[in-house]
Write a protein that binds this ligand. Sequence first.
Ligand code: UDP
Length: 327
Amino acid sequence: MRILVTGGAGYVGSFAVRALSSAGHDVLVVDDLRQGHAASIPEIRLVEAEFGDRPRMEALLREHQAEAVMHFAGSTSVAESVRDPGLHYRNNTAGTIAMLEAMRDVGVRKLVFSSTAAVYGESAESPLSETARYAPTCAYGRSKLAIEWALADFAAAHGFSSCALRYFNAAGASEDGAFGEDHDPETHLIPIVFGAALGKRAHIEIYGDDYDTPDGTCVRDYVHVEDLAAAHVLAIEACDTPGQHRAFNVGSGTGSSVREVIETVGRIAARAVPTQSGARRPGDPATLVASAERLHTELGWVPKRDLEAIIASAWRWHQANPDGYGS
Ligand code: UDP
C-alpha cells in the first residue's frame, strides 16, 4: 500500500515506519522535524511540512498517490496541554480536521490515528476496555477524543475507513539499541530514570506517592514500541470497510508503578537510581491499564515483550547513544 505517514520521524512514528516498510508498504513521511529526528528513519523518503497545511497535504497526497494515511504528528505532553490548551486544540484537533478535509478532497479514505489512553482519564474501570466511560483529565486527552468523534463522522458522511489506536505508555528501543526514545525536553518516565541512573540528572522526581495504588505511585501500562508498531501494520491493513471507524486499546494488560519501573531500571542497569518524592503532576490519573482484548480478537495482535524486555532494550539504546540521535 502507498501510505503517507505524518510524524513518521517521531518516536512511535519511526518504529511504525520501519515496520510498514519491512512489511512491503511504500511510505512517504511528512514531519516538521520540530520533535522528530531524520536520523531515526535513514532509508525512508521524508518531506518537511506541516500536516495541518491543507493545500500542501493535498499536493503531497496526490504526488505520492497515497492510498492511506497514518497520522502520528501532534502535541503529546499532558503537562503542556494543562498550561497551553490552545496549542493542543490547534495542533491536534484543528490541524487534523484540515488534514481529513485534504484527504476527503483527494479521495484518500483509509486512516490509522494515534490516540491515547488519556481519553479515559479518571474512568473507574481497570483494566480499561474501549467501552469504558470517557473522562479525560487534560486538554491533550480531550483534543484527541474530539478527533476520534470526527473520524466516526467522516466515516459515516464520506466513507472513510479508520482505526484509532489508543496508546498506553509506549516505551523501549530496537533490539540492537540502534533506535530509541529521544525527546527534547524529555518528559517520559523511563528515559528520565535512565538519565538519573547514568548521572545525567541529579535524581528522578516521583510525581506523587500518595495515590490510591499499591505503593502510592501511579500505575501505567508500558507497551514495547515494537509491539505498538506491529499493531499499526495490522490496523492499516484492516481499514478495508468504507464507513467503518473502530477504536482499539494498545497496551500489555499489565500495570507497573513508578517505583517498580525505577527498581527494574536499577536492577537491569546495575546502577543506583537517586529518587526524590515530589508533588502530583496536574492531569495525571492514578491508574491506566489496558484490556487489549478487542485488538487481539479483531486483528490478532499479541504483545510479545514485557517490562523487563522494554527496559533491557532501552538500556542498550541509552548506553550506545548517550545523547540520543545527536550522538
Ligand atoms: N513520572 C514521574 N516522574 C517523571 C516523569 C513521569 O513520576 O519525571 C510519572 C508520571 O506521573 C506518570 C508515569 O511516570 O505516572 C508515566 O509518565 P509519562 O510522562 O512517562 O507518561 P504518561 O503516563 O504521562 O503518558
